[in-house]
Design a protein around this ligand. Structure first.
Ligand code: NAI
Length: 273
């Protein structure tokens, strides 16, 4: 199958990697070749680890199935996956530029699929395909149907998800779907506990890791997701629901304003070398 992945950041590069590992031909697109080459480098590093563990035979073989281009229409694909910034204006712009009549999936974490379907040519062929970070490791894909998404599109995307070795779960188009509705409320509460000095960042994370058996604490996880992404998602959920339980904490806002976005910039709630 031919797949175009738009956005070569944390998620887009991981999604491209998953499809290429499963013998699909991928076109990875972003706004510049510098960003695209960084995405390819990230994929290569990840593939090297898979090779060390014996999960793939050849890094070069997988990489040879990924082409890069700044033109999102450079290849006619069977599936387009949008993984650009979590901002309505950016997604709207990208979605409206796709010329193909094939299925378009969005990896949005929180923006309504029904809303975004207004900007594609065929709303019945538009669906949410919400991968988790890092896509090559995490087995869940939330499949989000918009009001116009057809049964046929849903069935096809479920089949494709299974062909990637993933577990698809169908959810309705409600703010945050299931994953981020529950996760963001928890991350917000952890950040507020940190603001109120209930415990240190390490203390809060240790409580959740050892007490709740979470593999990562909520502040560590926020840094891992990217604080800008967490902030954008909370803003969408807060605007959509009007509920205080998603109101972005000021500490989070200020870290984002200061460019401290977590692991990707070397500092967030923690410092990284
Ligand atoms: P990111 O910031 O790492 O990557 C976004 C990429 O989009 C950047 O490379 C940027 O240059 C590119 N971009 C911006 N405008 C563009 C345009 N007009 N055309 C092509 N590319 C463009 O963000 P990340 O974390 O990869 O998030 C992408 C999407 O995935 C968002 O919708 C986010 O909510 C969702 N997501 C993020 C997860 C995470 O843990 N970070 C988990 C699941 C979903």
């Amino acid at each position: 199958m031919k797949v175009t992945v738009i956005g070569a950041g944390t998620m887009g590069s991981g999604i491209a990697e998953v499809f290429a590992m499963n013998n699909n031909d991928v076109l990875l697109s972003d706004v510049s070749y510098d960003i695209l080459n960084m995405g390819i480098k990230r994929i290569e590093n990840s593939l090297k680890k898979f090779q060390e563990k014996g999960k793939i035979k050849s890094v070069d073989d997988v990489l040879s199935r990924i082409n890069i281009n700044t033109d999102i229409n450079a290849q006619e694909s069977d599936l387009y996956i949008e993984a650009v910034l979590e901002r309505e204006d950016v997604k709207k712009d990208v979605l409206s530029k796709i010329k193909s009549n094939s299925i378009i999936a969005t990896n949005t974490s929180s923006i309504s699929i029904t809303y975004l379907s207004r900007f594609v040519k065929n709303p019945e062929k538009f669906i949410g395909m919400h991968f988790f970070n890092p896509p090559p490791i995490m087995s869940l894909i939330e499949i989000v149907r918009g009001n116009s998404t057809s049964d046929e599109t849903t069935k096809k995307i479920i089949e494709i998800s299974k062909s990637l070795g993933k577990t698809p779960v169908e959810v309705r188009d409600f703010p945050g779907f299931v994953s981020n509705r529950v996760l963001m409320a928890m991350l917000r509460e952890a950040i507020i506990a940190y603001e109120e000095s209930v415990a240190s960042a390490e203390g809060i994370d240790t409580v959740m890791k050892l007490g709740m058996n979470h593999p990562m604490g909520p502040l560590e996880l926020s840094d891992f997701i990217g604080l800008d992404v967490v902030y954008d998602i909370m803003n969408v959920l807060y605007n959509d629901t009007g509920s205080e339980r998603f109101k972005p904490p000021i500490t989070l806002r200020n870290l984002v304003y200061a460019g401290k976005l977590g692991r990707k910039t070397g500092e967030g709630f923690y410092k990284y070398k």
